[in-house]
Design a protein around this ligand. Structure first.
Ligand code: NAP
Length: 330
């Protein structure tokens, strides 16, 4: 038997740990072409809020299902020559302690001395999202003024660091003094704005005296509106996430997009799945930077599968500080 977490009821508004249920299921036995994994690390990601409401790119899960999610696992048994017992893999195994997965849907993790769990953050989906938005869509370069929201998070922190490395002036938006201090003191962003301050809009305008040329948006809502009020002519906007509205059952009235017209700005929706084929190019750029300590990733770690529901609920209230992970075993 192994432990799993299932969706017990669909959350209304902010999710509650009681929306989830820890239960047991029979451990699977791998068939030909399959792997048996013990899960070491589970990634918690905001898109899951949409999945459990049936809204994520029109996908959902049934009540009683095991929650989906990316994991780093260790191969316990392999029925394919492509993997050996003891190897680390990235797989979509969900919220469970043990899993049987198809080997052709698992990816080997070959980072050398870099921790395998980084396959869930800076060297995985969040990192690829940041890389695609900054280097491929916005094509950030010297002279750009790049504004990033949710800037201390898994995607935002990498987006801002990449933009700085490309010669841009980087302004980060985050919630609270501790996150803002991290952005200015550890990640060396050029300016930081706390959107919890009542004077947020004014302080943001002061941090962008000549406006912004690139906005990487992870939040939407009032933060997006404030960013739109500071566009340079021909600004590029990467619409990555709308976490401000993920807990709402109806779509809120949208920001006024008139400034986009006045600035002749371009907006580009970003879906990370479209960039899977670029993963090798992304890794060849990011892995050396991570190995050399030139890109920093902050992590917010909970321990044991039973902690996953509460940790996810913290993430969906902005209480995480860094990439949200659960460690299941060492
Ligand atoms: N387009 C894609 O393909 C793609 C791929 C991956 C992620 N994303 C999106 O990128 C965004 C960031 O994801 P992530 O994994 O890097 O998460 P994260 O930034 O590590 O964590 C989420 C952060 O969002 C901020 N936030 C702002 N408003 C919030 C609100 N109303 N409720 C809760 N949190 C709020 C919080 O930081 P502050 O306290 O600083 O506000 C919170 O820490 C999300 O919108 C996600 O859906 C999109």
């Amino acid at each position: 038997m192994t432990r799993v977490v299932r969706l017990k009821r669909r959350p209304e508004g902010i999710p509650d740990p009681n929306d989830f249920e820890l239960s047991h299921e029979q451990s699977g036995v791998p068939g030909p072409g399959q792997l048996a994994l013990e899960v070491l690390w589970l990634s918690l990601d905001p898109y899951l809020r949409g999945v459990i409401s049936g809204r994520h790119l029109n996908h959902g899960i049934a009540l009683g299902s095991v929650l989906p999610g990316s994991v780093v696992g260790r191969v316990l048994a392999s029925r394919t020559s492509a993997f050996r017992a003891g190897e680390y893999v990235l797989a979509e195994a969900g919220w469970r302690e043990h899993a049987v997965v198809d080997a052709d849907r698992a990816q080997p993790i070959e980072f050398g001395e870099v921790p395998a769990r980084y396959a869930l953050s800076v060297l995985g989906m969040p990192g690829l999202t940041a890389w695609a938005g900054i280097t491929q869509i916005a094509k950030v370069g010297t002279g750009d003024v790049v504004l990033v929201s949710a800037a201390s998070g898994a995607v935002g922190s990498v987006a801002g660091q990449l933009a700085k490395r490309l010669g841009a002036r980087v302004v980060g938006i985050a919630g609270g003094a501790e996150k803002c201090r991290f952005l200015s003191e550890v990640l060396a962003f050029d300016a930081v704005v706390d959107y919890h301050m009542p004077s947020f809009e004014q302080v943001l305008a002061e941090a962008l005296p000549n406006g912004l040329s690139v906005y990487f948006d992870n939040v939407g809502g009032r933060v997006l509106q404030a960013a739109l009020n500071n566009l340079q002519l021909n600004a590029r906007i990467v619409l990555c996430g709308l976490i401000d509205q993920y807990n709402q059952s109806a779509r809120p009235p949208g920001p006024n997009l008139a400034p986009v017209i006045a600035a002749r700005a371009s907006m580009h929706g970003l879906v990370v799945y479209d960039w899977s084929a670029k993963r090798p190019a992304f890794l060849s750029e990011l892995l050396p930077l991570v190995r050399a300590g030139q890109v920093t990733i902050r992590e917010d770690i909970a321990y044991d599968l039973s902690a996953a529901p509460e940790h996810f609920c913290r993430l969906m209230q902005g209480q995480n500080f860094g990439k949200s992970l659960v460690q299941l075993r060492a």
